[in-house]
Design a protein around this ligand. Structure first.
Ligand SMILES: [Zn+2]
Length: 168
């Protein structure tokens, strides 16, 4: 059991509660729910939620809006083994935006969300990189190419300049 910050008794237990909370304002306001961990002291009765609850509420809002959650965005980026800076470079998003989305400090807009969904597919990421002539993305090969093979393919490209034949 954890220690209570109020009465200092080692009597804090965690229980999961379904929490309802209002989201939005005016006619758009909806009641959302999230199942969150609540810390409860068996000695003094003090109850509080922590950062986990904050994240779970945020995820509920994302789901309500049909947007990817912070974890899902991070998972897309990490599936390509890209840093936030590199992902910003490839996608055209600002690195500050990516940080805010992944931390749950801000929810991405609809168009950004659509692009993120498309970038989930490696084929689309390559298309975007090719269109922007960004540094070639190195996919993780199932069979690792040896360094010498990689070097040979580079040399081959350099030695094969594009030539144009005159039309007959
Ligand atoms: Zn207590």
């Amino acid at each position: 059991m954890q220690r209570c910050e109020i009465c200092e008794a080692n009597a804090v237990t965690v229980r999961w509660y379904e929490e309802k909370f209002a989201y939005g304002s005016g006619d758009d306001q909806v009641l959302l729910s999230a199942v969150v961990p609540v810390y409860e002291c068996g000695e003094c009765g003090e109850m509080h939620t922590g950062h986990e609850a904050e994240e779970l509420r945020h995820e509920a809002v994302c789901r309500h809006l049909g947007r990817l959650t912070p974890h899902e965005i991070k998972a897309i980026r990490e599936s390509y083994h890209l840093t936030q800076e590199k992902f910003a470079d490839v996608s055209g998003f600002g690195v500050a935006s990516i940080k805010r989305w992944e931390l749950g400090n801000q929810i991405q807009g609809e168009s950004a969300n659509n692009l993120l969904l498309l970038l989930r597919m490696p084929h689309n990421l390559r298309l975007v990189q090719e269109a922007n002539k960004k540094e070639a993305f190195q996919p993780t090969f199932r069979t690792k190419l040896s360094e010498s093979t990689r070097q040979r393919s580079l040399v081959f490209k350099l030695r094969a300049p594009v030539t144009f034949e005159k039309a007959a």
